[in-house]
Design a protein around this ligand. Structure first.
Ligand code: HEM
Ligand code: HEM
Ligand SMILES: [Fe+2]
Length: 458
């Protein structure tokens, strides 16, 4: 750790870990309900457990983004964070918002707008937190006067995420209008500005882990960002096929969203070639696994499995089925969960010196169990989804009759989700089993090793 204030990242990561664990509990609960019987039917029905599962996902990933940004900006700008106090107040507000939202959901206090169910007071707090965060980051960069392309891309992504949350504050009684604007947030987040956040972290990690040349890496980062925007913005229309808007959105959505994987191919190639060209100059190979894993798994989950159902001729059969859940899991996990876990794995040894920099065997078990488990879950959702589409949409069976016939796939889902959960538990154990010790080290930029100077306890 080169700057004392980077230690705030640890507490963001710790909160993210706890919320990740909770998210998994609600995922398992949701999956169990597919098999039944459901003793919690009237206390915690499926819609509530799923809502808590997906909201916790969004909140922990955003917490991870914030922590990772507070870690990365001092490194890039070579300065302390502008206000550590503000960063802690921001975290406290954020945690209170998240926990009260979840408690509210248990009592059916929510807006019912999928993934954006937060009640208005919570939404306002989210906006305030985002503003505090942006202010702190921008002031840090201003104070230092050093502004790199890598952090510029990250900052644009973070600012874009804040701005695109604003449409979710609007309320429309007309369902078509409501859903039209809902995608301005959700789609433009995950297939637009969040990809810039992922790109920023990816560039930072690859420069440091592989020792790749910063100038080259940043040049290609521009290309990736350009590709994301060319396809991603009009690609929003792949959510407008069957929602009551004019039919001209069908070819627009099909064409532009089919181009979206190009940026993801570029991202995976980017990671692969950085490693190939520069080798592994850094001892933290566990962080390297998560970094390259994120780029490759995004190509699989978002690129390939997104493409699989993005064309209107396919989507008219698969829309809103378990095929969507198949893609949603693999894409979200690869792109956003894995990149946060990569940043944590990179930063952690510097915040707890008793930890081996190469990563522990628990760390590697966690990586492979999560990867295998999530791959199995993706296949379970896929096979269940194919069965569902055939039985329900082609043979015309009722929803519940079709669900009964695909039970075996839910058994497979629970089995593979168990493997995945063990991987997550191991990651959480590995995170907390070394107490943090915030020591300052001097280190020349990027890859080179560090030498302790003056240990400071935070
Ligand atoms: C990292 C990037 C991505 C993430 C995290 C992601 C995640 C998701 C999620 C969670 C949903 C369900 C949303 C909802 O119903 O509320 C969804 C839907 C969808 N995604 Fe993605 N996605 C990504 C990229 C892509 C790409 C690149 C494509 C196309 C090539 C794509 C195609 C689709 C389609 C067509 C749907 C609608 C499914 C339906 O009609 O039910 N996604 N995505
Ligand atoms: C033990 C692990 C997990 C289990 C058992 C699980 C199970 C489930 C179930 C049963 C649903 C509801 C699907 C439906 O609407 O029919 C769901 C939704 C969802 N889960 Fe998970 N999940 C797990 C972990 C994760 C992880 C790690 C992520 C992302 C990183 C994730 C992202 C999502 C998303 C985005 C949705 C909404 C998908 C949609 O609406 O189509 N889940 N999950
Ligand atoms: Fe989309």
């Amino acid at each position: 750790m080169r700057y004392k204030s980077q230690s705030v990242a640890y507490w963001y990561f710790a909160v993210a870990m706890v919320l990740f664990g909770l998210q998994i509990v609600f995922g398992l609960l949701s999956a169990a309900k597919y098999l039944g019987p459901d003793p919690l039917l009237y206390i915690l029905p499926f819609d509530v457990t799923k809502m808590i599962h997906t909201n916790l996902l969004v909140v922990w990933v955003l917490t991870g983004f914030m922590g990772a940004t507070y870690w990365m900006i001092p490194d890039e700008s070579r300065t302390e964070i502008y206000s550590v106090k503000l960063a802690y107040i921001q975290l406290a507000l954020w945690v209170v918002m998240g926990l009260t939202a979840v408690i509210g959901y248990l009592f059916r206090y929510g807006t019912g707008n999928k993934l954006l169910e937060q009640p208005l007071p919570h939404k306002i707090i989210i906006v305030i937190v985002m503003l505090m965060f942006l202010y702190n980051v921008v002031m840090t960069i201003r104070k230092s006067g050093r502004f790199t392309t890598t952090e510029g891309v990250l900052l644009l992504g973070v600012a874009g995420a804040a701005v695109l949350y604003l449409p979710s504050l609007l309320h429309f009684d007309n369902y078509t209008v409501a859903i039209f604007y809902r995608w301005w947030t959700i789609h433009l987040w995950v297939e637009g500005v969040w990809e810039m956040i992922q790109g920023g972290f990816l560039a930072y990690l690859l420069i440091r882990l592989s020792g790749a040349d910063r100038e080259v890496m940043e040049k290609w980062l521009y290309v990736i960002v350009g590709l994301v925007f060319i396809a991603g913005i009009l690609g929003t229309a792949h959510h407008y096929y069957w929602v009551g808007v004019p039919t001209y959105w069908l070819p627009i959505g099909g064409f532009f969203s089919a181009l979206e994987p190009v940026a993801l191919i570029a991202m995976a190639t980017y990671a692969y070639s950085a490693i190939r060209r520069s080798g592994m100059a850094h001892p933290n190979t566990l962080a390297l696994h998560w970094t390259v894993g994120s780029a490759v798994y995004t190509l699989f989950g978002a690129g390939l499995l997104g493409l699989a159902h993005t064309w209107p001729g396919v989507n008219k059969w698969t829309h809103g089925t378990l095929i969507t859940a198949m893609h949603g899991h693999a894409a979200f996990y690869g792109a956003y969960a894995m990149i946060v876990l990569a940043m944590i794995s990179y930063a952690l040894p510097a915040m707890s010196p008793s930890r081996r920099e190469q990563g522990t065997s628990i760390g590697y078990w966690s990586f492979w169990l999560q990867l295998a488990g999530m791959f199995g879950m993706t296949l379970s959702f896929a096979t269940a989804g194919i069965g569902q589409v055939y039985l329900e949409r082609i043979l015309g069976l009722g929803y519940l009759d079709a669900q009964l016939k695909i039970q075996v796939h839910f058994l497979m889902l629970i089995a593979t989700a168990t493997l995945f959960s063990i991987g997550v538990i191991l990651f959480i154990i590995d995170f907390f089993r070394h107490a943090p010790r915030f020591e300052i080290t001097t280190e020349s930029d990027d890859v080179t090793r560090t030498s302790p100077v003056s240990p400071i306890r935070a």
